[in-house]
Design a protein around this ligand. Structure first.
Ligand code: CP3
Length: 353
């Protein structure tokens, strides 16, 4: 009885048998929603929207109020912990993240502070606690972090990058410098995840968004060991919190993702769900895989793809999601179709077969 009352997403992520896959969306709060754009007009600074606990809470709840997804993700950014380590950043409209003083030398790495989440990230703890209180068992509260490689890509490049030339120059000229930065991030990010879980996050996702830019041989040196370090540190103190790993462009490293110790691998849309499942061990669950571009299609196209995805993931622990964040400009009605079809998927499957 007690177990049944826990949120569906949490039960599914733990591998319990459930009636349907839970559904949420990466970037489910954000620019495609009019309520978000209106709030952004009143509060144009991204740092304010994500670091003022009232605003972060309000934005986190916007998609829950509109669509009742099975997961509510903290509104924040993977870069939010950087100032607590001594790295300033901003997010500039139509340009993306900007690091004023990119990290290029050992002296800068030495000067970094170990993250003390209770001190520098108190707003996050406050928002997670409020989210848990508000949604109760109607949804699971999700926390998240960026993985060391992806954080390093931003702080070394100084901004979003097309070809990652600066961090690759560092990787292939001064690997010890990069390793010391990655190690610093791994320890601080693990501390941050523990803080999120202690504050109310029930499932956590690690985004190594740009690790798919590495050849597998380099992924094994610069990305995987640090993903694993974060997972091992968090699992050593919080073994019951399910962990999800997402990488964009991950088709070449899927098997490796399954070996990091995470509970669930989040697939992008360039791999078929059947192939993805056959390339991962049975005890590892799957999430994602629906092309965010489908939400520019017809309701019928969206429903058909959800049916296809859910049928192919049958027999696995499965969380229905997109293969990357929902795109700006997506019609809100199509986001609604995605959530509703996800909740009604068993009827859709029965009708289709
Ligand atoms: O999923 C959610 O609803 C939670 C919110 C969330 C944001 N960023 C809010 C945000 C999450 C989970 C992130 C993670 C994040 N941030 C990642 C990993 C996920 C991924 O997409 O691979 C990365 C790589 C970042 C870095 C970052 N922050 C980028 C590339 C951008 C977009 C720049 C742009 O203009 O398109 C941001 C800014 C950002 N973070 C926005 C949002 C809603 C858009 C800016 C805005 O709303 O003003």
């Amino acid at each position: 009885m007690m177990r049944d009352s826990l949120p569906l997403l949490l039960r599914a992520a733990r591998g319990e048998s459930v009636d349907r896959p839970p559904v949420w969306m990466m970037r489910q709060a954000g620019r495609y929603m009019k309520v978000y754009r209106d709030l952004r007009d009143r509060h144009p600074s991204f740092r304010e929207r994500s670091e003022n606990p009232d605003l972060s809470y309000e934005i986190s709840m916007q998609p829950f109020e509109a669509f009742q997804p099975d997961g509510v993700i903290l509104f924040s950014d993977i870069l939010t912990p950087l100032p607590g380590m001594g790295i300033d950043f901003d997010i500039v409209e139509s340009k993306g993240p900007v690091i004023q003083d990119p990290i290029r030398q050992q002296s800068q790495v030495k000067a970094l502070k170990a993250l003390e989440p209770k001190e520098s990230m108190h707003f996050v703890g406050e928002v997670l606690g409020r989210l848990r209180q508000s949604v109760g068992n109607r949804a699971a509260v999700l926390g998240f972090v960026g993985a060391p490689w992806t954080l390093a890509a931003y702080v070394v490049e100084g901004k979003s990058s097309k070809n990652y030339a600066v961090i690759k120059a560092m990787a292939f000229q001064e690997p010890e410098l990069l390793h010391s930065l990655l190690n610093h991030f791994a320890e601080s990010i693990a501390a941050y995840l523990r803080y999120q879980i202690d504050s109310g996050a029930q499932v956590v996702q690690m985004f190594d968004s740009w690790a798919g830019q590495l050849s597998p041989i380099d992924f094994d040196i610069f990305a995987a060991p640090y993903q694993k370090k974060v997972v091992d540190l968090v699992k050593s103190t919080h073994p019951d919190t399910p962990m999800i790993l997402y990488i964009s462009g991950s088709a070449g490293v899927l098997e490796r993702m399954g070996q990091t110790g995470v509970d669930i691998v989040s697939l992008d849309w360039t791999v078929d769900m059947s192939d993805g499942c056959s390339r991962l061990p049975n005890h590892v669950g799957v999430q994602g895989n629906v092309d965010p571009g489908l939400l520019f299609g017809t309701p019928e196209a969206i429903r058909n793809r959800i049916v296809d995805t859910v049928i192919k993931a049958k027999g696995r622990r499965h969380i229905l999601n997109l293969g990357h964040g929902i795109l700006p400009g997506t019609p809100e009605e199509n986001a609604r179709v995605f959530f509703e079809a996800g909740k009604d998927v068993q009827n859709l499957i029965n009708a289709a077969t």
